[in-house]
Every structure is written in structure tokens, then in C-alpha cells.
Write a protein that binds this ligand. Sequence first.
Ligand SMILES: Cc1ncc(COP(=O)(O)O)c(C=O)c1O
Length: 419
Amino acid sequence: MTAANAAKTSPMPTLDVERLRADFPILANVHPHGKPLAYLDNGASSQMPQQVIDRLVHYQTHEHANIHRGVHTLSETATKAYENARRQVQRFLNAREDREIVFTSNVTDSINLVAHGFGRAFIGEGDEIIITHLEHHANIVPWQMLCEDRGAKLKVVPIDDTGTLILDQYQRLFSARTKFVSVTHVSNALGTINPVEEMIAIAHRHGVPIMIDGAQAVQHMPVDVQALDCDFYAFTGHKLFGPTGIGVLYGKADWLNKMKPFRGGGDMILSVSFEKTTYNAIPFKFEAGTPPISQAIALGAAIEYVQGVGLGRIAAHEHELLVYATERLRSLDGVRIYGTAKEKAAVISFYVGKIHPHDVGTLLNEEGVAIRTGHHCAQPVMQRFGIPATARASFAFYNTMEEVDALVAAVAKVQKLFG
Ligand SMILES: Cc1ncc(COP(=O)(O)O)c(C=O)c1O
């Protein structure tokens, strides 16, 4: 099926992709090797629309000052904008209260915050933490570090050959010593969408709190933390059309109040003396030092932008891209797709014959097609499939069927080159 046919059979051509693409200057400005850019590396970092760039420039031009401590107008303006961004994130995730939103520097930082803050308060010798085989290193290593410190044990939910979690095994991993579960919402390496509603309910039936790593989810589908009833949810700004240097941790107020602070310093205290320090209320207890002010404000603008486009329509368009790209790549001899779960986000990990993914990525770049190659910070996933790496195309709502065609044509060219 060609792009034109796919468009004809599409039941819901609801996104005006060409108009939306005009919001992203970088998509038009970069022409590597003289070819139009097909940016298919959104799983690593997505691009920023002009509206977000403008918000950053406006902040730096008219509003910048340090926040919370100043009595002058600029400081008050910056504080208002920063706290308004917190409320935008609260509404985006449908959190009950804005104090349940902590700004961090990225999702890695959010997970480390919970591993330290929750771990030092509640995990002891012989306790168990459950993660899954699908995790990014960011949701493995902090828990391993905690286990090493506390003498706790990590248990891992296995996956089947399609990259789907084996839920029966998840249930069986719980014991009287299970103290925490942390699981990715969407696998960055395979695209698998995990049944987090069910996993949250199962954890709660065992009286265990659960954290969801939403780094690959919030840009693709609506997320409602109250409906999910997760205890923690984390994501990162640069994959949500916002800037780098900003992450979010949602935590139920009860847990955040009970947790130990992660970093010490200014802003996270109410009073300090050499005898005793009293910590600030949440969320400030977890925001030591000058936070990423401009980044938080720009993230607010990115959220506003995404909400304007509509996450339902984004999901529908990306699903069409996924179906079309999967079908076309599969039609090429020797292309193997890793990650064929029924529930999948628009991520395709693949291998071309015996050609190393780095060679594939390098040659695709010469055709103007930007993909990621490597282990995607998910080495256990690669080990599960007995491969060192994959080539990965990851889509955003601004990608087109023509870009899928460019990907497929470039892969076919690589195959020809290697004979
Ligand atoms: C599922 C998942 N978790 C965590 C991360 C880490 O994100 P960051 O580097 O922004 O902390 C990524 C990044 O690719 C990811 O895909």
C-alpha cells in the first residue's frame, strides 16, 4: 500500500499535519545531505514548536528573575509563571492538587528522587522491589543502587517473544516482602504499551505503591493519574515538545509527605540552624536550589500546545503511521521487527538482514532520515532478543506517510548496497 492509498483508506484524517508542521521551524530548516529531513527520532527527543520557543524568549526578555524569594516585580512575575506551569502540569495529568507536582530535571531525576526519598524511608534489608524486563536503564539502575544500599532485592517481570509483559508472572512475583513496583507505561525500545491500569490494581491489592515511568507515554495518549490511581507518575519535558532540563514527578500527597527529601539546600527548608533544619512543605521539600524556571514555564507552553492539537487525535494519527510503517517495512525482505505487542505506540525497532544497526542509521542519515540506533538504554531488552542493538524509528504527530515512504525507500537502498 502506498501513502496515497493509506490516506484514502484512513477513517479519520483529522490532523492537519502540514499546518502543524509549519509550527516546527527545525523540520523545514534542516536538510542533511541536501535531502528533506524526515525526523523519526522522537523517542529520544521531540522537536519544539515556535509557540514554545516564543514562550522561552518572552520569559528571558521580559520575566526572568529568581523565584520564591524576591519581593521585586520581576521575581513575582517569574514566580507566578513558574507556579502557573505547575498548575498546567496538574491539569494535564489530572492530579488532585498542584502540590502533588514536583519539578525535576528529567524523568531520570524523578525516578532517582523516589528511589532515594521513598527508599530511604521505607525499604529495608530483605525487602523486594518489582520492575519489568522492558525498563529503560533510568528505571533499573536507581533501584539497583537502592537494593545495594539497603540489602533489598530486585524482581523482574519477564516478557514474551512479542515484547509483551507476562502478567501472570507479575502477579506471582508479589510476596510479603514486596515494598514497591516501578514500571514503564510505554517501552522506549519496543513500543509496547503496558496494561498499567491492571498492574496498578494488582499492586494495590497487595498493598504496594506503584510508580509509572511515563517518558514515552504522555506525548502519545491522554493520562489521568486519578483514574489510574498510580502513586507516582513521571515524565520528561524534552520528549513532550518542551525543552531539556525539565522533568515532572507526580506523587500522591500522602506519599510525598512521608518521603525523605532527596537533595538538601535552599528553598526546600523552612528554617535552618546548626542544631536543626525543618523542611519545607511539598512540593518545595523536593525542589532544592534554583529550579529550571524557564524550562518549567516552556513546558507549560508545550502542554498547552499539545492540548490544542488534542491527544486523542494525536494517538489516532500516530496509530495510522505505525500500521502503515509496519506493513511497508515488513514487505522488505530481511527486515525483522522487534516488538510486536498488540498494544503498541508508534515506535518500530528493526534489524535489516545482518547489517549492524549503526551502519543502517548512518546510511539512512545520508538519505535525510533521522533514526536512532543502539541499545536505547534498554540493554536487558536487547539481551532478551539476543541482539546488540536495533535501528529504531519513533514517530510524533507531525510525521507524515511520505516520511514513512522515505524511511522505507532508504532501508531498501541500504539492503541493495549490502547486497
Ligand atoms: C521509558 C524511558 N524512561 C526514561 C527515560 C530517560 O529520560 P531522560 O533522559 O529525559 O531522563 C527515557 C528516555 O529515553 C525513556 O524512554
